[in-house]
Design a protein around this ligand. Structure first.
Ligand code: C2E
Ligand code: MG
Ligand code: MG
Ligand code: MG
Length: 273
C-alpha cells in the first residue's frame, strides 16, 4: 500500500487493517468455544412442493448466537471454520443436530414424509464423513432416504473419481445428494450424469425477480429441462414473489424454497407450520 502512495510516503501501520485482523482473531477464538457454549443453532427453511404446495423438506442452515454480536449468518463464520479446521467438529454437530430434529419431527408427524437437507463443506468430504453418517443413521433411526446432503459443484472438481466413489458410498447408505447453487460453479455436463446425485438446486440468481426477463431465465429453463432428461429432482432457490412461483410452475419445476413461503426459522416455528 505504501508503494502506491508514492515516494516519500510510507504507511507501516494501517489502523483499519489492524482492527480487522484483530476482529478476525477474536472471532476465531470465539468460534473455538461456540460449540461447547451452545452458541450454534440450526434454523430450518421449508422446501415446498410446487404442485400441492406442501412442505416436502427442510434445509438446515446454521446460525451463531454470538454473545456480543448477536445472531450471525454463516457468511460471517463458515470461512473461518473451514480455514481453521473447526468445520470438522462443527460439521459433526450440525449433522447430529439436524438428524435429531428430523427424528423428532418424524415421530411427531408420522404420516408426513419430510426430507432434511444438510449443507456440507468441502473439508468434510472425506472418509471420516462415512463414519459420521453411520453414527447418525444408527443413533436416530431415520426413515430411508430422508437425509439429504447438499454439495456444490466446486467440491466436485478437485478429485472427481475419488469424490464420485465417496458419493456412491453415501448413496448406498440411503442418503440423498443434491447439488447446491447449480449453475454458478464449474459443472462439466459430461460427468453430471455419472454422479450419484438425486437433485439439482437452481441458484437463486437465475430465478431472481430482477432477472426474470433476461438470459437468466433461459438458464433456469435449461436447468429444469436438463434435470428432467437426467431424471433428477429440481428445486428452485430464492423464490420471493408469486410471479416467480407461477413462472416456475409453468416451466415444470417441482419444488421451491424462498422467502415467499418462509425465511429460515427456529425449529419450534417449523413445528407450527
Ligand atoms: P445455501 O445452502 O445456498 O442456502 C441458501 C441461502 O439462501 C441461505 O442463506 C438462505 O437464508 C438464503 N435464502 C433462502 N431463501 C431466500 C430468498 O428467498 N431470498 C434470498 N435473498 N435469500 C434466500 P444463509 O442461511 O445465510 O446461508 C448461506 C450459505 O452458507 C448457504 O447457502 C450455505 O452454502 C452455507 N451454509 C449454511 N448453513 C451451513 C451449514 O450448516 N454447513 C455448511 N457447510 N454451510 C452452510
Ligand atoms: Mg444449501
Ligand atoms: Mg444455494
Ligand atoms: Mg451455498
Amino acid at each position: 500500500r505504501a508503494k502506491h502512495e508514492g515516494r516519500g510516503r510510507y504507511a507501516i501501520f494501517d489502523p483499519l487493517m489492524h482492527f480487522q485482523a484483530v476482529q478476525q482473531m477474536h472471532l476465531e477464538n470465539d468460534l473455538r468455544k461456540a460449540i461447547e457454549n451452545n452458541q450454534l443453532v440450526l434454523y430450518y427453511q421449508p422446501i415446498v412442493n410446487i404442485k400441492n404446495q406442501r412442505i416436502q423438506g427442510l434445509e438446515a442452515l446454521v446460525r451463531w448466537q454470538h454473545p456480543e454480536r448477536g445472531l450471525l449468518a454463516p457468511g460471517h463464520f463458515i470461512n473461518i471454520a473451514e480455514n481453521t479446521g473447526l468445520i470438522i467438529p462443527i460439521g459433526r454437530w450440525l449433522l447430529h443436530t439436524a438428524c435429531q430434529q428430523l427424528a423428532e419431527w418424524e415421530n411427531q408427524f408420522p404420516h408426513h414424509f419430510l426430507k432434511m437437507s444438510v449443507n456440507l463443506s468441502v473439508k468434510q468430504l472425506d472418509i471420516f464423513l462415512l463414519e459420521q453418517l453411520d453414527e447418525v443413521l444408527n443413533n436416530y433411526n431415520l426413515k430411508q432416504n430422508s437425509l439429504v446432503l447438499e454439495i456444490t459443484e466446486s467440491m466436485l472438481v478437485a478429485n472427481i473419481e475419488k469424490t464420485c466413489d465417496l458419493l456412491n458410498q453415501i448413496k448406498a447408505k440411503g442418503i440423498g445428494l443434491s447439488i447446491d447453487d447449480f449453475g454458478t460453479g464449474y459443472s462439466s455436463l459430461s460427468y453430471l450424469h455419472q454422479l450419484p446425485v438425486n437433485s439439482l438446486k437452481i441458484d437463486r440468481s437465475f430465478v431472481s425477480p430482477a432477472n426474470l426477463s433476461d438470459r437468466h431465465q433461459v438458464i433456469a429453463k435449461s436447468i429444469i429441462a436438463l434435470s428432467k432428461l437426467l431424471k433428477l429432482h429440481v428445486i428452485a432457490e430464492g423464490v420471493e414473489t408469486p410471479e416467480q412461483f407461477h413462472w416456475l410452475k409453468k416451466l415444470g419445476c417441482e419444488a421451491a424454497q424462498g422467502y415467499l413461503f418462509s425465511r429460515p426459522v427456529p425449529a419450534s416455528d417449523i413445528t407450527e407450520l
